[in-house]
Design a protein around this ligand. Structure first.
Ligand code: LRH
Ligand code: MN
Length: 388
């Protein structure tokens, strides 16, 4: 029998981190469509993250991307966030947008360029020391476009050298999360192309290094929940960059393209104890809302993760284990499909009332007139973007 109060307790303790860059203008190489009411600086991005938390109750931190969110005083930004009921989360360095990085950053054949990239990673550790962030979230655009362009071996040695140098600078509960990506912007090799490469580096780097799974970074047809189960079992799953895609790294709203896949991922999380704070799994979104309004899109995304988690928590684990033990394939599969087919919206509406927030966050936001208020306030000045 499913203990509803345990399910609600797990859901109210859920913590989904939103990305500052999703509040700014972001899009594709073809076009970034400018929208109204878009934040103009890191402070206003934090304000928008606080709005998403106010309407969902489970998004209490916002990840930063440097230099997109560079400010003079990160302590002041952290205070600003605290005053609005949110915290500053993962710090994302950016070593993929300067001309020097044409042939890579930490994997670049040129030692001076590698040094420059490492200095930026270490600058971000300094920022973590001020913001109190636990996670340094590392993604490298590094790779090659043509066979022979560079030595795969040499680039792995350069990468490892830089990661060890960063590891030596981490302290307290600080961690580095190593994100992998199959392709783009490099189209022959990426230096961290898959979970195996990230995992091997993280094992080599020790306790503080964990793998970051961006759900948009796999070859079509990849069984992501297998990767999640494996990494969780090996205590090397640091967290997620949730989004969804129909084809490549589309960065669409999580759960929009394949809610059943998101459910299967959350089932492995629940079965592997990944919802427990002690597991240290960071549930973060990484999306860009090129054509849709950004704050409601992020509210919808948080709700999609909540719904997938609620359905995963409703899997009758006793029935599942019994069916698996008895080799009853259909009954085992039905334990998941029955949970997935459950309408969890009434349960979540009840949970929100218990949490003192509106049971229908999207409708509440639309009714709030917040968009119109922001549109008036943010008429002047340049909207923030990812500067691609
Ligand atoms: C790379 C990526 C990475 C971020 C960027 C915004 O595709 O997923 O996590 O730095 O998107
Ligand atoms: Mn990502």
């Amino acid at each position: 029998m499913i203990d509803q109060s345990a399910v609600k307790a797990a859901l109210s303790a859920q913590h989904i981190e939103t990305p500052s860059w999703a509040y700014g203008n972001s899009g594709t190489r073809f076009k970034v469509f400018a929208q109204e009411a878009v934040p103009r600086n890191a402070y206003e991005k934090v304000d928008d993250a606080a709005t998403v938390h106010r309407f969902t109750g489970v998004a209490p931190t916002v990840a930063l991307h440097i230099p997109w969110d560079r400010v003079d005083d990160y302590g002041d930004l952290a205070r600003h966030a605290r005053e609005r009921g949110v915290g500053l989360g993962a710090i994302n360095p950016n070593v993929f947008q300067e001309d020097d990085y044409r042939l890579g950053s930490v994997c670049n054949p040129d030692e001076t360029v590698r040094r420059k990239a490492l200095d930026h990673l270490l600058e971000c550790v300094e920022i973590m020391n001020v913001t109190g962030s636990r996670d340094l979230s590392l993604w490298f655009a590094d790779g090659t476009n043509y066979p022979g362009q560079d030595s795969v071996r040499a680039r792995q040695e350069r990468l490892s050298e830089a990661l060890h140098a960063v590891g030596e600078r981490l302290s307290g509960d600080q961690r580095m999360l190593l994100e992998y990506k199959l392709f783009e912007p490099a189209f022959y090799t990426m230096d961290v192309p898959d979970w195996g490469t990230s995992y091997a580096h993280c094992v080599d780097l020790g306790e503080r290094a964990k793998v970051l799974v961006d759900t948009g970074h796999h070859a079509p047809g990849t069984n992501i929940e297998f990767i999640v189960a494996f990494l969780l079992h090996r205590e090397k799953l640091g967290g997620f960059h949730f989004n969804s895609r129909f084809y490549a790294d589309d960065d669409l709203m999580v759960g929009a393209a394949d809610p059943y896949q998101l459910f299967r991922i959350m089932v492995e999380i629940v079965l592997g104890g990944g919802l427990d704070a002690s597991a240290g799994v960071a549930f973060m979104l990484d999306q860009c809302h090129n054509i849709e309004p950004k704050i409601p899109a992020l509210i919808r995304s948080v709700l999609n993760v909540q719904e997938a988690t609620a359905k995963a928590l409703l899997v009758d684990q006793d029935a599942l284990r019994a069916a698996q033990q008895n080799g009853d394939v259909l009954a085992a599969n039905a334990a998941l499909t029955d949970a997935f087919a459950t309408d969890v919206r009434p349960l979540l509406a009840e949970l929100r009332e218990d949490m003192g927030i509106d049971p229908d966050p999207i409708a509440a936001y639309q009714r709030s007139g917040h968009f119109e208020k922001l549109r008036d306030e943010r008429r002047d000045g340049a909207a923030a973007g990812w500067g691609a």
